[in-house]
Design a binder for this molecule. Sequence first.
Ligand SMILES: Nc1nc(=O)c2c([nH]1)NC[C@@H]1CN(c3ccc(C(=O)N[C@@H](CCC(=O)O)C(=O)O)cc3)C=[N+]21
Length: 292
Amino acid sequence: MVAERIDGKAFAAELRERIAQQVAALKAEHDLVPGLAVVLVGDDPASQVYVGSKGKQTVAAGMNSYEHRLPAEATQADLLALIGRLNADSAVHGILVQLPLPDHIDETEIINAIAVKKDVDGFTVANTGRLATGQRAMVPCTPLGCLMLLRDRLGDLSGLNAVVIGRSNIVGKPMAALLLADNATVTVAHSRSRDLPAITRAADIVVAAVGRPGMVRGDWVKPGATVIDVGINRTESGLVGDVDYDSVAEVAGAVTPVPGGVGPMTIACLLANTLTACCRANGLPDPEGLTP
Ligand SMILES: Nc1nc(=O)c2c([nH]1)NC[C@@H]1CN(c3ccc(C(=O)N[C@@H](CCC(=O)O)C(=O)O)cc3)C=[N+]21
């Protein structure tokens, strides 16, 4: 058996097309244009690339993009002042502060200074708590993108066994919350889990988000399972995921590649969240098909 290759790049392109149509309708009917502010501190090359492609895709979807680049020496106070201005700016519906921030910056304080309604990353404690308790939240982009791919492939997730490998605040924990809300039976595994292969072999869904190149191999996977690779590892042989694609593809029912899987979905979901934030800020219903 050869698994289906889940084409996240194509799915993301279709999603961005739908978003562009909804943005055009919002402009025509309400004279509103969603605006996304992206804040980048320092000159990390990988971050520069992401921020550049986020800006391009934001504009391509008909939204306004505001980029704020600060030097690596920027202070906590500088950043808090900028976020304060963006919070107060009615043209800005979404704020993303690119992570990681330099070591001298208190990341938690910066993230939690973002207005909850403009927190398009869904990283503030308020949105984290809202997601965990089933209240209307801004949902982190990567888990939202994974959920869309899973529902597209599997339909209803009720009763399926899902294993999330990784317990980060930005992927593992919110992914588990979304799967639980969709009535999956959720296990969160991590570096201290005993006999990880036995855990994943019981799963209908595996979401790998650990940052270990090629860790999930074919003999870890139940025949027919759906495997989502969130890993973005830069190695000497290029960009590789947490999943050993070739061996897993011999066993799984479907698997996402890296690149071309979850990564493009993350950026598309950032645009989706920006549109959602704009609608909510203006008392309009949530856009169709972009929220969980
Ligand atoms: N506040 C914040 N929010 C983020 O969402 C955030 C962040 N900080 N910091 C960095 C990480 C990383 N991230 C990626 C987004 C898209 C791709 C992506 O599109 N990757 C392409 C390949 C890109 C390449 O070749 O380098 C792919 O997988 O096909 C990857 C990584 C968002 N992040």
